[in-house]
Structure formats: structure tokens, C-alpha cells
Write a protein that binds this ligand. Structure first.
Ligand SMILES: Nc1ncnc2c1ncn2[C@@H]1O[C@H](COP(=O)(O)OP(=O)(O)OP(=O)(O)O)[C@@H](O)[C@H]1O
Length: 280
């Protein structure tokens, strides 16, 4: 158990500090669904403790990539290695799904959802110990939802539900967390809470991949950005990736680009029809 400035927090004591050692290696991954290719020949590495933003237009393949890295979807070609092994064999990976992919009507309490993160450690036939419950409540405290533990998850707001799923990943003591569009539909304070949680994870050297649409957030809060549209268009520092030629290639020629901070570019915020994402 370690103590952070944000309160007590449980993490495996052996978690390595940031090094150049890849935690994830994506090697020539392609995925073809029945209606066509979602990913084509993707190669990249992520090092321990890194925070990588995965951006790209709707349907670019971000969720598909995360499911392959999490080991829940086998690629058609290529492979993913996590510490040199198949991803499905690793308890240390947590996938935080898009809110729209979850059935929120299920009658289950917030604490029970977070406890699901412990199942890999406890086993399905054993009862959670007092320490497991302590870990669950510490995770809820980290996402500032300790007062909501006994509520039904369907009674929470969208931003709170997202934080419950992040707490589940924390309770799992994951070393690699994949978050699929955690900011979508959240107001400014809720986004800020998630950014604060990302900072706590950084402090703990947890590797985090986040799929998102907001280029400004990607530029300001991530070590590197991966720009995807079925193929990997660019990966690197924000100032290397968020340049007009890459963005026009990924998003098409109808974009209105504006200069942003530190040599990066963003899209002018001209949308949104209901259900569309804001890119700027
Ligand atoms: N189960 C599936 N069966 C068939 N096609 C699928 C399936 N899941 C996704 N696709 C298709 O694969 C492509 C990539 O989808 P994916 O959800 O990975 O993109 P995304 O970048 O996460 O999109 P968004 O930003 O809209 O969430 C899309 O064309 C989508 O329609």
C-alpha cells in the first residue's frame, strides 16, 4: 500500500517507474469485420507509465484497437504483446468502456460494480475479504464517489458512472488502463475530475491509453498522441502529430483548422448536432 497526496491508495508495490521498456507492443495488427477492415497493419509500442491519447474520426477503429489490446477481440492479422505475452493472460489490463456500450439498467450497486474489478484476484467462488472491501472503498474515494457506494449504478449521472468504471479499474490494481472516450458528454468539472484521476495514475506509473475526440485535451494532457483512421497516420509528441497535413488526412478536407498551443493545431468548434462530438 502506498500513500499519495490524494489519500491512501493500493497498488502493486512492484509497479516499475517509467522506463523505455514497452508494456504494450502492437505488431502489424489488422482487424476485418464482416463489413470491411477496421484496422490495417498497425504498429506501435507504449512504454511503462506513458499516457497516450488515441484520436481519430468516428469509426476510425479506436474502440476496436482497445478491445484487441485488452485481449477481448482477436486480430485478423498481427499480434499484441503485453510485457511480451498475449494480452488475454494478463490480469493487469483494465478496459473502461464507452458509456453507451454499458447496460445501465442492471440492478447493481456502485460498490458491487467496483468489486467486480477484484474478481480476478479473489476468484469467482471466494468471498471478498475485508482488505478487498478496503481497496474498493479507496478506489471510490480516489474518484470522489465514496458517498455513492450503496446507490444503484443506474441512479448516477453519466460522469459519475464513468468514474465508477475507472474505480473498478483502480480496484483491479491494473498496470495498464484503456479508457474509451471517458470525456464524452461530460461537463467541465466532471472532465477535470477525470484529468485529476489521470494525474494520480501518472504518479503511480500506471500506463493509460485514452480514446478521445478533443484535440486540445489530447495536446495538453498526454505524453504522446496516436492519430488513427483505420491506418496509423502518426504517433509522437502533440506538436509532431497535430499538424494540418496529418489532420486533413485523418479527418478529410472539409476541416477548419486553427492554430493552438505549442505548435499544435485544433479543429474549429463548428459542430454539434446532437450525438456528434466536438473536436476543437
Ligand atoms: N462488431 C462489429 N461488427 C461489424 N463492424 C463493426 C463492429 N464494431 C465496429 N465495427 C465497425 O468498425 C469500424 C471501427 O469501429 P470502432 O468502434 O472501432 O471505431 P471508433 O474509432 O471507436 O469510433 P467512435 O469514435 O465512433 O467510437 C466502424 O466502421 C464500425 O462500424
Amino acid at each position: 500500500m502506498t500513500k499519495s497526496s490524494q489519500g491512501l491508495f493500493f497498488f502493486p508495490p512492484h509497479l516499475p517507474h517509467q522506463t523505455d521498456k514497452p508494456i504494450v507492443s502492437v505488431k502489424g495488427v489488422s482487424l476485418i469485420y464482416s463489413n470491411g477492415p477496421a484496422l490495417e497493419n498497425i504498429h506501435f509500442d507504449v512504454v511503462v507509465g506513458e499516457r497516450l491519447a488515441v484520436i481519430g474520426p468516428n469509426g476510425a477503429g479506436k474502440s476496436t484497437l482497445f478491445k484487441i489490446i485488452a485481449g477481448v477481440l482477436p486480430p485478423t492479422e498481427g499480434r499484441v504483446e503485453v510485457y511480451g505475452n498475449e494480452p488475454g493472460k494478463h490480469i493487469c489490463i483494465a478496459y473502461v468502456p464507452q458509456r453507451s456500450q454499458v447496460d445501465w439498467s442492471f440492478p447493481v450497486s456502485v460498490a458491487d460494480v467496483v468489486m467486480m474489478g477484484r474478481i480476478g484476484k479473489i476468484g469467482i467462488f471466494r468471498r471478498p475479504t475485508r482488505k478487498d472491501w478496503e481497496i474498493v472503498y479507496q478506489a471510490l474515494e480516489t474518484v470522489q464517489l465514496q458517498d455513492y457506494a450503496k446507490r444503484q449504478i443506474r441512479q448516477l449521472s453519466g460522469g459519475q458512472q464513468q468514474r465508477v468504471f475507472i474505480a473498478r479499474a483502480l480496484a483491479q490494481e491494473a498496470e495498464l488502463i484503456l479508457m474509451d472516450e471517458p470525456f464524452t458528454g461530460l461537463d467541465f468539472p466532471a472532465r477535470q475530475t477525470i484529468l485529476n484521476i489521470l494525474d494520480i495514475l501518472k504518479e503511480k506509473h500506471v500506463t493509460v491509453l485514452v480514446a478521445l475526440h478533443d484535440l486540445k485535451t489530447a495536446a495538453e494532457h498526454f505524453d504522446r498522441i496516436l492519430l488513427l483512421n483505420h491506418r496509423l497516420i502518426a504517433i509522437g509528441q502533440p506538436s509532431e502529430v497535430l499538424i494540418p497535413s496529418h489532420l486533413l488526412y485523418a479527418y478529410g478536407g472539409q476541416l477548419s483548422l486553427i492554430p493552438a498551443e505549442e505548435g499544435t493545431w485544433a479543429m474549429e468548434d463548428t459542430c454539434c448536432e446532437e450525438g456528434e462530438h466536438s473536436h476543437a
